[in-house]
Design a protein around this ligand. Structure first.
Ligand SMILES: C[S@@+](CC[C@H](N)C(=O)[O-])C[C@H]1O[C@@H](n2cnc3c(N)ncnc32)[C@H](O)[C@@H]1O
Ligand SMILES: Nc1nc2[nH]cc(C(=O)O)c2c(=O)[nH]1
Ligand code: SF4
Ligand SMILES: [Mg+2]
Length: 283
């Protein structure tokens, strides 16, 4: 079900849209669809995806542009969301975004889904902790290479070695959104939230990787997290996922990322949905 009735450029709730939704607990939903989990340890499992809108970060490569850089959504009551989930024949629900843990109502939705017996995965950037019935916290902490800069503009094609040095500010980064370079950089890692998440839930740490340059950053973060966390973080809990929202881009990054996983002893995760359906919505 595509939902894009209203536009909200703020991070959190839109007051007018909230009023329209009445008093019923509700969430800004960008899309809700049935697919195969494409990423991580549950790759291949039939799942219903509930994608909330709004994010506190602005990764330059965000494959869900309409939940972050230019959010669109319809407010749906939790009753409506649950009814739509139940209309599909699946045992697994993936709550994603945007950043789903921005929204307090995500907790109530997860409680409803848990009561109904669903396995819940939450896809999160790891900057916000909430107490909720989460069966798998799929945490994707954002490395320095995610930060939007004039050279890494979300409206441009991914930079290539030939073009990255010559890029002129244009599109989103040439305008007000330039403020996101600093905001994103300041917010992308919160060690306290990360350690609370790994301590509270079964988890996977899923890093978006482009090349070898990501590895020192990734390993330093892992060391910091291991220092502050009370639970072991095994190398097999760490997944390297190639950066790429399209088949064309993945063709450039996937072998490099797989080689890095082997070299460093981490896991590799494909992006099955991109292989199968490229960048089509609701997949
Ligand atoms: C759109 S995000 C939503 C959840 C949350 N905001 C997050 O970043 O984890 C869902 C997943 O897609 C990943 N992702 C987004 N854009 C990507 C890209 N261009 N290539 C690879 N993974 C990407 C994120 O890292 C995250 O694991
Ligand atoms: N098929 C499929 N699998 C996914 N796993 C995580 C996704 C996400 O956007 O969070 C995602 C997605 O968008 N589609
Ligand atoms: S944190 Fe997730 S939703 Fe937000 S901009 Fe990054 S990839 Fe997109
Ligand atoms: Mg996705």
């Amino acid at each position: 079900m595509p939902v894009s009735d209203s536009v909200d450029s703020s991070v959190g709730r839109d007051e007018n849209a909230e009023a329209e939704a009445g008093d019923a607990p509700s969430l800004p939903i960008n899309e809700l669809f049935y697919s195969l989990q494409g990423e991580g340890t549950l790759a291949g499992v039939p799942s219903v995806f509930v994608r909330t809108s709004g994010c506190n970060l602005r990764c330059w490569f965000c494959d869900s542009y309409h939940t972050s850089w230019e959010p669109t959504h319809a407010w749906m009551s939790l009753d409506e969301i649950v009814a739509e989930v139940e209309s599909h024949d699946a045992d697994h629900v993936v709550l994603t975004g945007g950043e789903p843990l921005l929204h307090e109502e995500s907790v109530a939705l997860l409680e409803r889904l848990d009561d109904l017996g669903y396995h819940t995965t939450v896809e999160t950037n790891g900057t916000i902790y909430r107490d909720a019935p989460i069966d798998l916290a799929s945490i994707s902490p954002k490395l320095e290479s995610s930060t939007p800069t004039p050279d890494r503009d979300p409206r441009d094609d991914p930079p290539t070695e030939a073009s990255s040095g010559e890029r002129q500010p244009s599109g989103a980064m040439g305008q007000d959104e330039g403020k996101w370079e600093q905001r994103h950089e300041n917010a992308r890692i919160d060690l306290e939230a990360l350690s609370e998440l790994v301590e509270a839930y079964p988890f996977q740490l899923k890093f978006v990787v482009t090349d070898e340059d990501d590895m020192p950053d990734l390993r330093a973060l892992l060391e910091d997290l291991r220092d502050v966390s009370d639970v072991p973080i095994r190398d097999e809990d760490v997944l390297l996922m190639p950066e790429g929202a399209t088949r064309e881009r993945l063709a450039e990054t996937r072998t490099r990322t797989a080689d890095l996983a082997m070299e460093y002893g981490f896991r590799y995760t494909p992006r099955l949905h991109v292989d199968l359906w490229n960048d089509a919505p609701e997949t």
